[in-house]
Design a binder for this molecule. Structure first.
Ligand code: MGD
Ligand code: MGD
Ligand code: SF4
Ligand code: MO
Length: 720
């Protein structure tokens, strides 16, 4: 028996913390934080440690499963599974065309370098527009905003936490989420260091979150951010506080933005933003007056009704105060591999190139909003969705409107899930195919390289061999494509690989991209340059510099005039729509928002004993005043009702909630093949969200999951 310590990095969330795995005879015994990782330096959260329990979970799917006529799953061989799926997909393709086959890839997919590339190639080979992802529940508005601002959807600035004096953070809770759209494994220290330097961290959130409690809390109304940000611009322009040189040097449309903001004086917006006018005025002056300031927003600003506008305004405030592409402001991260360039050259960096059949929504990075999937399945006509592949996703629990999507899925000719478990979505599938965990695959943090606060690159080999018959997604996709007679080389990054003359396995592909990238070794021409070989010799990764560079904006902008567009027509129209936004319907006096918990990860870590210790259960956070008004005590079982559905969960009365707002975590209410998760109870909060495609956000098709109108009442006979 040989016990080894193997170093790798975590791929559950964005800090990508260094991990040390103890492995004996190909079996994972334990995970610990990697003390030698130059960025995470011995930090890992409970989820990363608990990944060992996911790895060895007896409920994992380890062999291909096929649904029998009696509804139960039976084990089949890979050959049978892939052969039958390929045959059925080809039959659907012959009868209805490739555009009747769709793919939904979930959040963990983006943490694999190979999975999205092969998935995209597969869908391109089918010539199908039906590509969906967790992005429309997460971040697509941010990409749409960048497309409008910079002409480049994947050019997303990161806040320079290491050098800023004032951080305005909207709708993010990094002390729990560990940071998103920024890779900074010790983000708590980065934030505290701002205060220690004499700076400030202002957290705009309807809930006094863990992060808000640690710094300055600015309570805001759910979905009030666009109002607040327009008021900040209003004050900055009205008082002549803008950085005129920055506006003249970096932007076009400043005057138009100024006139757009004119109608949003803080006194007029305070009822919508939830921020008293005096506070908004002071904040605007502070942002303009700080030497180095930056505005950052995350999911709390993405899942309302004005997500693209809000993301746009976040960068607009940063630019107008002279902080875009400046130290201590917002930075455009570079990577040893030009990720934005590669995506652009592969034809993946698109926004609005095509429109969805249902709802007419623009594509974001080649994906349509998952909120139209149900109607894409049920709406007759050419291009109707008849077969759906789901990889690393659990859309039944993550997309608005479980009932509509669940019923639509029953109408599919074929549903295949590639997952670690029989998820709640997998329960409905014709096939569940076993995927490897991240510990069972080699990897490279391709989409996150540009988001590193400290420039960094790493590569990892698999830590353990796949359990059972689990396979990597790209291998599954290639096996399927081969059986379907589809060529995967005809597209995107793989085409690039062909041009470079390499065999397009993911590993060869990435090596070629690294070696020919800005930091590459050019196959020996540059002696100290990077290659996969060199990365493999650095098990804790390589730090490439102290800070991301500034002064790169002109080079990175794709707009022909090389300027940030501050008033594109889409945004002008959104501001008008905002001003005309209707009041919510009567009978739903409260607003529902989301909540992330330190020991949950979306819908998929509720089967880990360590994370579920202490009888954890889902609860609705409500303010003491609202609780008293509706006759609710701590622990009372309640019914929460929206115009679209209702759920029953216990209440937790807490003064961290602002009045009028109720917070419920998503990803609970399991009915899959994960026994402990099923037993944990709870409800799928997204049954309260609107399943109507018309209710998606216009510019990015973002799901409306925050600021959902609700009412709450104790269940009859329910005591405290
Ligand atoms: N109300 C509300 N809803 C939300 C949100 C919210 O804030 N509020 N947040 C949204 C956000 S930001 C996101 S990202 C989405 C997530 O939504 P999804 O991505 O649809 O779902 P997840 O819960 O992440 O489920 C991931 C699935 O992948 C499986 N899995 C894990 N690792 C792997 C792997 O390596 N390979 C494969 N093949 N499978 C794997 C898991 O078992 C699980 O079934 O949820 C969204 N939904
Ligand atoms: N422990 C843990 N970590 C995670 C995840 C997890 O499930 N668990 N999920 C991962 C994923 S997929 C993602 S995308 C990231 C997300 O990372 P974050 O966005 O930092 O995560 P959240 O905790 O959802 O923070 C959103 C905050 O927005 C607030 N909010 C809600 N509505 C509004 C609003 O209208 N305006 C404002 N200003 N605030 C609002 C909420 O109260 C909440 O505090 O986290 C990742 N990390
Ligand atoms: S914060 Fe936790 S889950 Fe996220 S990367 Fe680090 S160890 Fe993994
Ligand atoms: Mo996410």
């Amino acid at each position: 028996m040989r016990t080894m310590q193997v170093h790798t990095y975590c791929r559950i969330c964005e800090p990508l913390c260094g991990l040390e795995a103890t492995v004996r005879d190909g079996e994972l015994l334990q995970i610990r934080p990697d003390r030698e990782h130059p960025l995470s330096k011995g930090f890992a959260c409970p989820k990363g440690i608990a990944m060992a329990e996911v790895q060895n979970d007896p409920d994992r799917v380890l062999h291909p499963l096929r649904r029998r006529p009696d509804g139960e799953f039976e084990r089949v061989s890979w050959d049978e599974a892939l052969g039958d799926i390929a045959r059925r997909l080809n039959a659907i393709r012959r009868e209805h065309g490739g555009s009747s086959i769709g793919w939904y890839f979930g959040n963990p997919a983006t943490f694999s370098y190979s999975h999205p590339l092969w998935m995209n190639s597969f869908m391109a080979a089918l010539k199908s527009p039906h590509v969906y992802s967790a992005g429309s529940q997460d971040v697509n508005n941010r990409f749409a905003a960048s497309a409008l601002l910079y002409g480049a959807p994947v050019l997303v600035p990161i806040p320079d936490l290491k050098r800023t004096d004032l951080l305005l953070m909207l709708g993010a809770n990094p002390l729990v989420s560990h940071g998103s759209l920024i890779t900074a494994p010790r983000i708590r220290e980065d934030l505290s260091a701002i205060v220690r330097r004499g700076g400030r961290v202002v957290v705009a959130d309807p809930r006094r979150t863990e992060t808000a409690r640690a710094y300055e809390h600015l309570p805001v109304a759910p979905d009030g951010d666009a109002w607040l940000l327009l008021s900040l611009l209003h004050v900055i322009f009205a008082e002549g506080l803008e950085d005129a040189a920055a506006c003249a040097g970096q932007a076009s449309g400043t005057d138009r933005l100024r006139s757009l903001a004119e109608g949003f004086a803080p006194e007029d917006t305070e009822a919508r933003s939830g921020v008293p006018a005096e506070d908004a005025r002071r904040l605007a002056r502070d942002l303009a007056g700080a030497g180095r300031a930056v505005v950052y927003g995350r999911t709390g600003t993405c899942l309302g009704r004005h997500g693209t506008l809000t993301a746009f305004l976040i960068d607009a405030v940063t630019l107008v105060t002279g902080n875009l592409d400046r130290p201590g402001g917002a930075l455009f991260g570079a990577a040893p591999l030009r990720v934005d360039e590669i995506l652009r050259m592969s034809g993946l960096a698109t926004y609005g190139r095509t429109r969805s059949r249902v709802g007419g929504y623009p594509d974001v990075l080649g994906t349509f909003p998952a909120g139209v999937m149900a109607e894409e399945i049920t709406t007759p006509g050419p291009g109707r969705l008849r077969a759906l592949m789901v990889s690393a996703g659990n859309p039944l629990l993550s997309v608005p409107g479980e009932t509509a999507l669940g019923e639509a899925m029953d109408e599919l000719d074929l549903l295949v899930c590639i997952d670690l478990y029989v998820s709640d979505t997998g329960r409905k599938a014709d096939y569940v195919l076993p995927a490897t965990t991240f510990l069972e695959r080699e990897d490279f943090p391709l989409p996150f390289l540009q988001n590193h606060l400290t420039p960094y690159v790493t590569w990892t080999e698999a830590v353990v061999p796949p359990r059972g018959e689990a396979r990597q997604e790209w291998e599954i996709i290639e096996g399927l494509a081969r059986r379907m007679g589809l060529g995967l080389g005809a597209f995107g990054v793989q085409r690039l690989a062909h041009r470079l003359g390499v065999r397009p396995s993911p590993r060869f592909l990435v090596d070629a991209l690294i070696r020919t990238g800005p930091a590459g070794d050019w196959y020996g021409l540059r002696r100290r340059g990077l290659s996969l070989r060199r990365l493999r010799k650095a098990p804790h990764g390589i730090v490439l510099g102290d800070h991301q560079r500034t002064g790169t904006l002109r080079r990175r902008i794709v707009h022909k005039d090389k300027r940030v567009h501050l008033a594109p027509p889409e945004i002008v129209a959104e501001v008008e729509r905002l001003a005309a936004a209707a009041e919510p319907p009567d009978g739903f006096p409260l607003r529902l928002i989301g909540l992330r918990e330190i020991r949950s990860h979306n819908s998929w870590m509720h089967n880990s004993p360590a994370l579920m210790r202490g009888g954890r259960a889902q609860a609705a956070r409500i303010s003491p005043k609202d609780a008293a008004e509706y006759g609710i005590a701590d622990g009372t079982l309640c019914r929460i009702t929206s115009p679209h559905g209702s759920i029953e969960i216990p209440a937790r009365v807490t003064d961290e909630m602002t009045e009028g707002t109720v917070a419920v975590p998503h990803g609970w209410g399991h009915r899959g093949g994960w026994r402990r998760a099923n037993e944990a109870g709870g409800a799928n909060v997204n049954v309260l969200a609107s399943p109507d495609p018309a209710d998606l956000e216009r510019l990015a098709g973002m799901a409306w999951l925050n600021a959902v109108p609700i009412r709450i009442a104790p269940l009859e006979g329910a005591g405290a």
